[in-house]
Design a protein around this ligand. Structure first.
Ligand code: 1PR
Length: 528
């Protein structure tokens, strides 16, 4: 029996599912005393440092947690839970942490770094630990902007470090108390094995001596993401579909490429680093009445132990009974159903338009609200741009690029127009305006589609990706146009994209995820 500290702050379903998958029963902490009574306690950190600590204070959990740790009772903290063990965090000045370890958790400050760190990185074990008995140096899943500093952690606590621009603490352990910056529940098979050791062994044992030879440094992998565009077909069945330049109909029918949960499971087994679901007609529906997507998430998260992103219809809305729901309500429901990140499309465009018109942030947009509660790393902006060619840069007020692929009239310049409603409506806003304002408002990642390339198998729009990458410091996922493994090599060698996403080639089994990874490894591109 495992006790879970679920303080209602985000996707705790993944931890629940992982524990169940490993054959254990779960009970929840319902009152402070449960924290001390529990045989084994998992503290899954979800959200920002401040929101986690405030919840712990509100529920009276702080003292029992400190007592449990002092009494050396089995404890496993994940992600922000590791950070909460310190005195404070730069993320939430003035909010005290548990103070089990000294020091303040810091943000990654190197301006050359993409922050948050999102993806699969290695760990270097500084001591042998029974939780890592079967660990062979596999990469594990991280998602964070803040990190614990090595100088704050003495040798009795330091378990592992990881490199991302600088070395930081990725694991601490003393007696039966352990905490990781990575997410074992989202780290595929090796993560489940680590978690399994905590569940099955009575205690944690640690001995001197490192067990992994990770070379000089650990490296963040480039991610390969499988994307499932989901909608109802004309018979009302929820299907994975795929468009050509966003047109998903062939012979008048919505293309049907499979069932969402089954396909997601296949991609997990084939080695996808992440799975994205886009509810492509979400802009039309009432998001919370759209139960099939929530159900898809719930069922997928029982079987898939890598990060899940969901997009489509994340916005504030008034339902058919006249009840108003904030975008935060909508996102919270998706997080509770198993999403690790939500992606915002049309609503981001409207938000940026309003921002550019007024020159100020309201604090009320979906991006700002969700980011404040769940952290920037949980907010992805899905951009649907298309090229608008111009003969001279002066022909538009928008930010143009000189392109090596001229337009139909031989135009040598273009700008990228943002669209809403699945590309159906172009707006007077360019991709640079969109991504820079979204980053400023608190978005943590850009999913950069390209309508011109979507479904063409002709390769990613390298010019677009470089154009955007130069202007943001959050991760960029290149999307649209993958047709061959060489396209993934190209996008990682010619741009700084952190991840590449594809749909059609995987659905139609033209190329497998393993084939893509093998091609990347052959070119020495770090991947999982
Ligand atoms: O506006 O917040 O409701 O979100 C709607 C979401 O649905 C957006 O993320 C938008 O990108 C997506 N979407 C809307 N209509 C379509 C469509 O195809 N008709 N799909 C659509 C976007 C692009 C990618 C695709 C890649 C890779 N599809 O998802 O997977 O282009 O494809 P490829 O590898 O086959 O080339 P909101």
């Amino acid at each position: 029996m495992i006790t879970l500290l679920d303080y209602g702050a985000g996707n705790v379903r993944s931890v629940r599912n992982a524990v169940r998958r490993l054959g254990c029963e779960i009970q929840d902490v319902t009152e402070p005393k449960d924290i001390l009574r529990a045989e084994k306690l998992i503290f899954p950190g979800v959200g920002s440092f401040g929101s986690v600590m405030n919840k712990l204070v509100e529920k009276g959990y702080v003292e029992p947690l400190k007592q449990r740790i002092a009494a050396d009772k089995p404890f496993l903290g994940i992600c922000v839970a590791l950070q909460a063990m310190f005195e404070a965090s730069a993320e939430s000045p003035g909010v005290p942490g548990l103070g089990v370890l000294p020091g303040t958790v810091q943000r990654f400050t190197d301006p050359r770094l993409t922050v948050p760190q999102i993806g699969w990185n290695g760990i270097r074990l500084h001591r042998q630990c029974s939780l890592f008995e079967d660990y062979r140096g596999e990469k594990l899943y991280f998602v964070h902007s803040y990190h614990a500093r090595i100088e704050d952690v003495d040798q009795h606590w330091l378990l592992s470090t990881t490199d991302y621009g600088q070395s930081f603490v990725s694991g601490i352990c003393r007696g039966n108390v352990a905490a990781f910056q990575f997410h074992p529940e989202k780290s595929g098979a090796p993560g489940l094995t680590i978690l399994g050791r905590f569940l099955e062994n009575e205690s944690i044992t640690v001995r001197p001596g490192s067990t992994t030879v990770a070379g000089d440094k650990t490296h963040l992998a480039k991610r390969v993401i499988a994307c499932l565009d989901v909608r109802s077909n004309d018979r009302g069945d929820l299907v994975v579909t795929k468009g050509d330049q966003y047109d998903v109909r062939a012979d008048g029918e919505v293309r049907n490429l499979g069932k969402p949960v089954e396909l997601a499971q296949r991609y997990f087994e084939e080695g996808a680093d992440e799975i994205t679901f886009l509810n492509i007609t979400g802009f039309r529906d009432f998001p919370l009445a759209d139960q099939p997507m929530l159900e898809v998430l719930r069922r997928t998260s029982e079987k898939v132990f890598v990060p899940l992103t969901i997009g489509g219809g994340i916005r504030a809305f008034t339902d058919s009974d006249g009840v108003f729901h904030t975008a935060l309500d909508v996102a919270s429901e998706y997080f509770r159903s198993g999403a690790d990140k939500i992606s915002i499309g049309s609503d981001a465009v409207y938000t940026v338009e309003a921002f550019l018109a007024s020159g100020q942030a309201t604090g009320k947009s979906a991006i700002e609200q969700i980011s404040a509660v769940y952290g920037a790393q949980a907010v992805v902006i899905s951009v649907d741009p298309r090229r608008i060619y111009v003969s001279e840069p002066e022909r538009t007020t928008h930010q143009v690029i000189a392109t090596a692929q001229p337009g139909p009239g031989g135009e040598r310049y273009c700008w990228y127009q943002c669209t809403v409603k699945g590309g159906r409506e172009g707006r007077d806003i360019d991709v640079i305006q969109l991504v820079t304002v979204c980053e400023r408002l608190g978005a943590g990642e850009i999913l950069l589609n390209c309508i011109d390339r979507d479904g063409t198998n002709s390769g990613f729009d390298i010019e677009l990706i470089n154009h955007v990458k130069e202007r943001v410091s959050i991760p960029v996922i290149a999307s649209s146009g993958a047709g061959r493994p060489e396209h993934f090599i190209e996008v990682f060698e010619q741009t700084g994209a952190e991840a590449a996403l594809a749909a059609g080639i995987f659905h139609r089994r033209e190329i497998g995820i393993r084939q893509v990874k093998e091609a990347l490894i052959e070119r020495d591109i770090s991947c999982r």
